[in-house]
Design a protein around this ligand. Structure first.
Ligand SMILES: Cc1ncc(COP(=O)(O)O)c(C=O)c1O
Length: 403
């Protein structure tokens, strides 16, 4: 048995940069050397006691920030109940959560899984299963330029990042990526072979691009006309982040299928696929499954989180404070001359930087602010939805000082 300690194994490189000794975790992420040990409100603290204002929120997961008293009580209460039984049996928390999501949406049924990527894979299967009830040739799925839908073989095929895709070909077939243009989607979505179009109402990883509401409405009309499902991926932009519970509400449309994950269970892994009656009617026992999805522990925590994220007062705060945040970013762009463009909505913003975004991320981190990238030149801000105007202003001042 290995008796040596595995924590905080940090040493210095010849250049004086602190670096970690051999890391037993596979290097799929390039992590900075600091180690985070605790959080409080919108702040994280590292092992040396340094405080970071967090505008990443675990990549849009920690909507309630850190140490939220209600979330902690929900976790304790959930731990007093069943943790797992499998999907072979009924348990109440998953059914209550599904009903809550149905009550807050267009959907009539919900499938639970464990991550965003899995939710999109399930959505593709459900869309094809439904489309084949119309015509057996209907299998093609169309995604958009700039899309990010996940890292699994189907969701990666719908993700527009050559560096993520190329080493892993062949990806799942029958999935293509077209320009964010109605004519291009219309050309790719044949009425006899097209099963679905998948869209993020706000593209997150692709540079925080808010899709035009008129374009979303046209996509809705086109998919109806071609008998194809409209799948909205709200894994990053849903559950309050844009200032409405779901982003699609602002475009005045309803999808056939919607995927969510990230903040759903307050940091526990959970994804969900919401769907209309028509899609649900095509799915039969045995068509899809997951051992863990929607288990009682995670579902009862998610019920609490959904209650908080659907609170009209929180959503109004995100809308109003988010609009103010966008104005502040525009002003910073004018004052510094270092930003080529500002895009976003609610608590989801991207800034195109002169220079690389990674450089700004590391300078901001050194100055006590966590931000992340969305592509090579875009700095992305995803503060906890509970962040106050003062806390946001504190982060903006740091950001401006490092630009
Ligand atoms: C819009 C969108 N879809 C899908 C995913 C994949 O989610 P996960 O990392 O939970 O598999 C992400 C993750 O960033 C995302 O932002």
């Amino acid at each position: 048995m290995n008796s040596t300690t595995t924590t905080a194994a940090v040493h210095a490189t010849p250049e004086g940069e602190p670096a970690r000794a051999h890391d037993p975790i596979l290097g799929t992420y390039k992590r900075p050397p600091m180690e985070l040990v605790r959080g409080e409100g919108v702040y994280l603290f590292d092992r040396d006691g340094k405080r970071y204002l967090d505008f990443v929120s675990g990549i849009a997961v920690n909507a309630l920030g850190y140490g939220d008293a209600g979330l902690r009580s929900a976790l304790h209460a959930a731990a007093d109940g069943l943790v797992h039984t499998s999907n072979l049996y009924h348990t109440a928390p998953g059914e209550a959560l599904a009903q809550q999501l149905v009550d807050h949406s267009f959907a009539s049924q919900v499938f639970f899984c464990n991550s965003g990527g899995e939710a999109n894979e399930a959505a593709f299967k459900f869309a094809r299963r439904w489309a084949r009830t119309i015509n057996d040739d209907k299998a093609e799925i169309v995604a958009l330029r700039g899309a990010f839908h996940g890292r699994l073989f189907g969701s990666l095929a719908a993700t527009d990042r050559p560096a993520y895709r190329l080493p892993f070909r062949p990806l799942a077939g029958g999935i293509s990526i077209v320009e964010r243009d109605l004519n291009d989607v219309a050309a790719a979505l044949d009425a006899t072979t097209g099963a679905a179009v998948i869209v993020e109402p706000v593209q997150g990883e692709g540079g925080v691009r808010v899709l035009d509401h008129g374009f979303l409405r046209e996509l809705r009309a086109l998919t109806r006309e071609r008998n194809a499902a409209l799948i909205l991926d709200e894994i990053q932009c849903g559950l309050g982040r844009t200032g409405t519970f779901f982003a699609y509400e602002q475009a005045g449309i309803e999808p056939d299928i919607l995927t969510i994950a990230k903040p759903l269970a307050g940091g526990l892994p959970m994804g969900a696929v919401l769907m209309t009656d028509a899609i649900a009617a095509a799915i039969k026992p045995g068509d899809h499954g997951t051992t863990f999805g929607g288990g009682p522990f995670v579902a009862s925590v998610a019920s609490y989180v959904v209650g908080r994220l659907s609170d009209p007062a929180l959503l109004a705060h995100v809308r109003e404070t988010g609009a103010w945040l966008g104005e502040q970013l525009q002003e910073i762009a004018q004052r510094t001359g270092r930003i080529r463009g500002v895009r976003g909505v609610g608590f989801m913003w991207g800034m195109d930087i002169m220079g690389t975004a990674a450089h700004v991320v590391s300078e901001a981190m050194a100055a006590g602010l966590l931000v992340c990238t969305a592509g090579e030149y875009t700095v992305r801000l995803l503060p906890p939805l509970v962040a106050t105007r003062d806390e946001l202003a504190e982060g903006l001042a740091v950001l401006e000082s490092v630009l």
